[in-house]
Design a protein around this ligand. Structure first.
Ligand SMILES: Cc1cc2nc3c(=O)[nH]c(=O)nc-3n(C[C@H](O)[C@H](O)[C@H](O)COP(=O)(O)OP(=O)(O)OC[C@H]3O[C@@H](n4cnc5c(N)ncnc54)[C@H](O)[C@@H]3O)c2cc1C
Length: 469
């Protein structure tokens, strides 16, 4: 397969240096290895032949035009926090890091739009828009992630119930095609019925259709108040069954997360900190935003009542801002806490939210049939379940043999319940094999046709999302 692509020779490196400047090109082993993995637990690294760090969109265009002429694969990369190998150069070639394109170009207070380069991190965006008294309401878990990466994966996170996912915030994009030509799509407006929506096609395309070089994001004004409720239940069924009732209370929570006692114990050890409630099988963590204390407290009371009606055995509402922050931080640290425990594989299935108990119970059953330890938690408000299949004390070879069987059955189960392979992480190279399970032949062919139209030579992030043959 690799032989379809040209090698990166000394002459290629020299030419790339002329485009982006010598300080933006490296073939040094330590540098190349730094970009050979992302946050996915990976059996082996996949180094590129050369790392290239452009400073502007015109350099990106020249790099792509050059790579396309030479048939050299190009893998775009933001901050490398992805969890399915999306930014990992499986065919070598050029690793195109967008990290030096990291300027917030404009915060337009009149139109509530931030225009940013792709390497701007989420944390940087929050700070910059905050200086203007504005708010970017999404929180896809990791604040060092880049906006380019968030757009390319259509990142979701905890606040999706009220504020949607990244695609609901992207108004317009500049992007460079594989040919090196640049397109500008969308703009500073919230509606458009003007032909095919290429902005939204590029959102979630995981660097396989174009390299995003500028993003226009819709902003909001910050909420006056935020509350966090931790609500214990005696079973996951009860917890999840409360969710439809919560959603009918006339207040849309910002986020509704579910977790079971096992993951809570793991994060407590990781943070060396005790969660405020113990001894219950399952919990909902509900995030609420409102304008005033009165409004938010009234909403919290209605939601607590709905939870109690559905079997909640109490609730905890942190009194101080610090205590709220700690609860949210504990939730944010689930993945690093679990990752520390040793080899694991993760799934990010999305199902209709009422199917979460059936999905989690079914997945646990499948895992126990094969003796595979599994942890489950996720976004109850939007049906997105994160499963971690652990190796623990199992022999590595045995674990690796059993994993594909479990994964196949778990994705089939998700599909049978009306779900899809990934709710927010994307497919990368890790999960691309499961796409055809949930998309019929006609849909797969349309997707391939779109890929060919954007990238006829298959140089952009090959080996990700889908294979062309
Ligand atoms: C602790 C932790 C918590 C997380 N929590 C969440 C969560 O709650 N929700 C969630 O959705 N994700 C979460 N993630 C996953 C990850 O943060 C997101 O997938 C994020 O969007 C990746 O951004 P990145 O800049 O790191 O992208 P990378 O990992 O660098 O790349 C991801 C993909 O985007 C492509 N890409 C990057 N930049 C560009 C560009 N400019 N143009 C075209 N393609 C590009 C890459 O080729 C790749 O396919 C979490 C990760 C960690 C480690």
């Amino acid at each position: 397969m690799k032989s379809r692509y040209a090698e990166v020779t000394a002459e290629v490196v020299e030419a790339l240096g002329q485009i982006v400047g010598r300080d933006g090109v490296s073939t040094q082993r330590d540098e190349v290895e730094k970009y050979a993995c992302d946050e996915m637990p990976m059996p082996k690294p996949h180094p590129a032949e050369v790392v290239v760090k452009p400073r502007d969109a015109s350099s990106v265009a020249r790099v792509l035009g050059f790579a396309n002429d030479r048939r050299i694969p190009v893998t775009p990369r933001g901050s490398g926090t992805g969890v399915c190998g999306g930014c990992v150069p499986v065919y070598g070639g050029i690793l195109l890091s967008l990290e030096r394109m990291n300027a917030v170009l404009e915060v337009d207070e009149a139109n509530l739009v931030a225009t940013v380069e792709p390497g701007v991190t989420l944390g940087q965006l929050y700070d910059e828009v905050g200086k203007h008294g504005l708010y970017y309401p999404l929180y896809p878990g990791e604040s060092t992630a880049s906006i380019g990466g968030n757009v390319a994966t259509n990142a979701g996170g905890m606040n999706a119930v009220k504020h949607g996912v990244t695609r609901h915030r992207v108004l317009g994009l500049d992007a460079v095609l594989a040919s090196g030509r640049t397109i500008s799509v969308g703009g500073k407006f919230v509606k458009s019925s003007s032909g095919y929506d290429l902005t939204q096609l590029l959102v979630g395309s995981e660097g396989t259709l174009a390299v995003i070089t500028r993003v226009m994001l819709r902003l909001s004004t910050p909420p006056g108040r935020r509350e966090v409720l931790l609500v214990p239940f005696s079973s996951l069924d009860n917890a999840i069954e409360a969710v439809p009732d919560i959603m009918r209370q006339g207040v849309t929570p910002t986020g509704i997360e579910f977790m079971e006692q096992d993951i809570i114990s793991i994060v407590e050890q990781y943070l060396d900190w005790e969660m405020p409630l113990h001894g219950y099988e399952a919990f909902l963590m509900i995030i609420l935003e409102g304008e005033t204390e009165e409004e938010t407290c009234a909403a919290a009371a209605r939601i607590e009542e709905a939870c109690v009606r559905n079997g909640a055995v109490g609730s905890y509402v942190p009194a101080s801002e610090g205590a709220k922050r700690r609860l949210l931080e504990a939730r944010e640290r689930f993945y690093p806490a679990v990752k520390r425990l040793g080899p694991l594989e993760l799934a990010d299935v999305v199902v209709p939210r009422s199917s979460i108990p059936d999905f989690v119970k079914g997945a646990r059953r499948l895992c126990s049939q094969l003796g595979l330890p599994v942890l489950a938690y996720g976004h109850a408000g939007d049906g997105n379940v994160h499963l971690h299949f652990m190796q623990k004390d199992m022999d590595r070879k045995e674990w690796q043999e059993r994993l594909p069987k479990v994964l196949d059955s778990v994705y089939r189960l998700g599909w049978s319940l009306g779900g899809l392979v990934s709710g927010e992480h994307g497919l990368g190279f890790d999960k691309k094999g499961y796409l055809a399970m949930t998309a019929d032949g006609e849909v797969m062919e349309l997707m391939r046709a779109i890929k060919r139209a954007f990238d006829p030579n298959n140089i952009l992030n090959p080996g990700k999302v889908l294979d062309l043959e």
